[in-house]
Design a protein around this ligand. Structure first.
Ligand code: AMP
Length: 285
């Protein structure tokens, strides 16, 4: 595996790969790898002739007061893990290489970015789509891999790729969880043992919500009340939002009579956690 630090090095690598006619996979990450990242990487390595992983803590997707400065970083460990998985290129550029002096261009996906996390993280998705488009331009992958854990991000990126006629298949991958159900996240490292226990209210309340829908509850309002009452009983966690939305448009639904996504975000101390569950209804009412 080679570690490349600049756009020009990646371009030179890509030209060589193109000469070989090999398929290229890209896994964009912010590092501090856990099993969620590794599941994406494994799938890319299995699917593609060559795999690139990008590792870039993208400052433009963090808001003021968010955790950009404290975001967990361990390049040495990530290099070791990626290389063990058979990754060919780890692209870890310094910030100035992605956002040079005078940088002024942004990508904005409308509508899909206004609800859910968009309400609480102004500018976040603009930062995400901008960096992902830049990475797709530089690496020019045939496929790029994203986790369903960040469901809104995945939907927004699919929309961008479709709207801007990008020639890249977006592959969504299931959420990898700890044995007790908490979705893996680099941010879980911030939690104290007490907070770690309290954080379980997030997956558990979403599982409860999914079960309610699966057993016939059709009122989104009633399902969401059950989520809220679980949070009310957990003093260390505060719910930012819980919504039941259409899987494609992300618009809230009132009736759970078709496939829906239940998505939520909460704060445990200063740590913001998100999770979601897809509900597939075999019989559509
Ligand atoms: P991040 O480094 O947090 O930006 O995540 C990089 C990629 O890994 C994104 O596509 C995430 O959706 C995905 N990811 C993060 N956590 C998980 C998880 N627990 N399961 C599956 N994918 C994940």
């Amino acid at each position: 595996m080679v570690v490349l630090k600049s756009v020009s090095e990646v371009r030179a690598w890509r030209r060589r790969v193109r000469a070989d006619d090999a398929s290229v996979g890209l896994v964009p990450t912010m590092g501090a790898f856990h099993q969620g990242h590794l599941s994406l990487i494994r799938r890319a390595v299995a699917d593609c002739d060559v795999t690139a992983v990008s590792l870039f803590v993208n400052p433009t997707q963090f808001g003021r007061g968010e955790d950009l400065e404290s975001y967990p970083q361990d390049l040495e460990r990530d290099v070791e893990l990626a290389s063990r998985e058979g990754v060919d290129v780890l692209f870890a550029p310094p910030t100035a290489n992605m956002y040079a002096e005078g940088y002024a261009t942004w990508v904005e996906v409308e509508r899909l970015t206004t609800g859910l996390c968009g309400r609480f993280r102004a500018g976040h998705f603009r930062g995400v789509t901008t960096i992902v488009l830049k990475l797709l331009n530089v690496v020019q992958p045939d496929r790029a891999y994203f986790g369903e854990k960040d469901y809104q991000q995945l939907a927004v990126i699919r929309r961008m790729v479709q709207d801007l006629d990008l020639e890249c298949e977006i592959v969504g991958m299931p959420t990898i969880r700890e044995p007790d159900g908490l979705a893996m996240s680099s941010r879980n490292a911030y939690l104290s043992p007490e907070q770690r226990r309290a954080a379980l209210v997030l997956p558990r309340s979403l599982t409860k919500a999914r079960q309610l829908i699966e057993s016939g509850q059709r009122s989104a309002g009633k399902v969401l009340r059950a989520v809220k009452s679980r949070f009310a009983a957990e003093p260390l966690a505060s719910l930012q939002y819980a919504e039941i939305v259409d899987p494609d448009t992300l618009e809230p639904v009132e009736r759970c009579d078709r496939d829906v996504v239940i998505a939520a975000a909460c704060l445990v101390g200063d740590t913001r956690l998100i999770d979601n569950q897809m509900v597939k209804l075999r019989e559509r009412a």
